[in-house]
Design a protein around this ligand. Structure first.
Ligand code: CS2
Length: 440
């Protein structure tokens, strides 16, 4: 890859960030913020990237010196940029000298994570996410160096507190040195809200990019122009706002806003698309009845929480619909439909429960949940940590009750609301999803 050139000096720099989970989302989101920081001379923000399971990602990146293109796309516009903030990286290996160097870097400021929702529920095995993070932190602790700030960039409400709890729990289960456990308890783990549509890349996009720009990038990222990162205030000496990261007291409100109005709409569109034989979610948004259903679903969802101060919920919702409808970003409905049991609690179930408590209308939310259950009943490919149990329960004679009581499912919809979901699930046996959506 001789065509990719970094706009700044990379050799000899200290690592500023260790990142865990080198998927497309990290490369199209956090890596871009840190790349901007390096371009603007804001200090050492170079990343050491760890791939938890898949050596292919780091091997591919290494072959191109960890340089890759992020192509921002909207309509006919393309805006490719070479990102060079990942300085080094490898498959997780505690003995790897580069990982040890990174963990002991005098400039280490942060450890960030994108490991997907389900990894936070992973068990006690040594390869689980919490245990691996603990192993890295222990290197830092033993070297008596200052603790980094830990920032979860996964789509979970109160992701920082969630991460903190799983780490402390694993440390105590493993009976780790009490002084290390005390050090961990002092770690700063601010909650954070991250947002950008970054689908898994397809070979078609790589080929098309080569035709358009004259070079081939096997690590290409295709994304939208929009991006947002909001972090709760925490004890650090560096100024995140200079990096374009918003620091806000009410991060929980931003998380709910995004998880319900964006991701809730996204997941609902994904299950609708799966059941309607629609490959990409932007195609579903081109169906006027579906677009208007989503708009009404968002207004129902918006009554389930208190929005952040100063945010206009109607225009936030409209922007979310516009973003999902971006036809230049090919996001497969099958990809978004994965891991529903780990996503829907924060995207739809909790909203449904709050709306019931507040005695607000919730028919559209119930219908969206019924779409997921119909998807579980179908023959469509199901990728989910609870796949077997969910499929069997969804096909039983009392599917809603059975699915909602699946062991391992968090924040299930409360029993009083099951009949409403059941009603739509029955209707779906005889009606097309689009006809039902149009009838609200
Ligand atoms: C998507 C998200 O796959 C999914 O579940 O809803 O990855 C979504 O694209 C991002 O959260 C956008 O910030």
């Amino acid at each position: 890859m001789t065509t990719l050139i970094s706009p700044y000096q990379r050799i000899g720099r200290d690592i500023g960030v260790i990142h865990f989970g080198l998927g497309a989302f990290h490369r199209g989101h956090q890596a871009v913020y840190f790349d901007d920081a390096l371009r603007n001379g804001l200090g050492e923000w170079g990343i050491y990237g760890i791939s938890p399971r898949n050596a292919a990602v780091t091997d591919l990146l290494r072959r191109q010196n960890f340089l890759f293109t992020v192509n921002e796309r909207q309509g006919n516009q393309q805006n490719p940029k070479v990102v060079s903030s990942i300085l080094n990286g490898a498959l997780f290996d505690l003995e790897h000298p580069d990982l040890i160097l990174a963990a002991k870097s005098p400039e280490l400021k942060m450890m960030t994570l994108t490991v997907t929702e389900k990894s936070y529920l992973s068990g006690a095995e040594s390869s689980s996410m919490p245990n691996r993070i603990l192993d890295i932190l222990e290197i830092r602790y033993r070297a008596e160096l200052p603790a980094p700030t830990l920032i979860s960039c996964d789509n979970l409400p109160e992701n920082g507190s969630f991460l903190r709890n799983v780490l402390l729990q694993s440390a105590s289960q493993r009976n780790l040195d009490q002084d290390f456990q005390n050090w961990l308890a002092e770690l700063s783990t601010p909650n954070s809200m991250v947002d950008r549509i970054v689908p898994a890349i397809t070979s078609d996009s790589i080929n098309q990019f080569e035709k358009d720009f004259g070079y081939r990038d096997e690590s290409l990222i295709s994304t939208e122009p929009f991006r947002q990162w909001v972090v709760a205030p925490h004890a650090t000496t560096y100024n995140l706002t200079k990096l374009g990261i918003e620091v806000a007291d009410d991060v929980a409100a931003y998380e709910q806003l995004k998880l319900r109005l964006f991701n809730g709409a996204h997941s609902s569109t994904a299950y609708f698309s799966q059941l309607s034989n629609v490959e990409y979610v932007y195609q579903a948004m081109q169906i006027p009845q579906w677009e208007s259903f989503i708009s009404e679903l968002q207004s129902e969802l918006s009554k389930s929480f208190v929005a952040p101060v100063g945010v206009d919920v109607a225009s936030y919702s409209a922007t979310a619909r516009f973003r999902i409808a971006n036809s230049a970003v090919a996001h497969r409905s099958a990809q978004i439909a994965m891991d529903g049991s780990a996503k829907l609690p924060q995207r739809l179930f909790k909203a449904m429960n709050s709306l019931a408590l507040l005695e607000q209308s919730r028919e559209r939310v119930a219908f969206a949940i019924a779409l997921w259950m119909r998807f579980l009943q179908s023959e469509l490919m199901l990728v989910d940590p609870l796949a077997d149990a969910l499929r069997e329960r969804a096909r039983s004679s009392d599917p809603v009750a059975q699915v909602m009581q699946t062991p391992g499912l968090r924040d299930a919809v409360v029993e009083s609301q099951w009949p409403l979901i059941n009603h739509y699930l029955h209707e779906l046996e005889n009606h097309q999803p689009i006809d039902m959506a149009a009838n609200f």
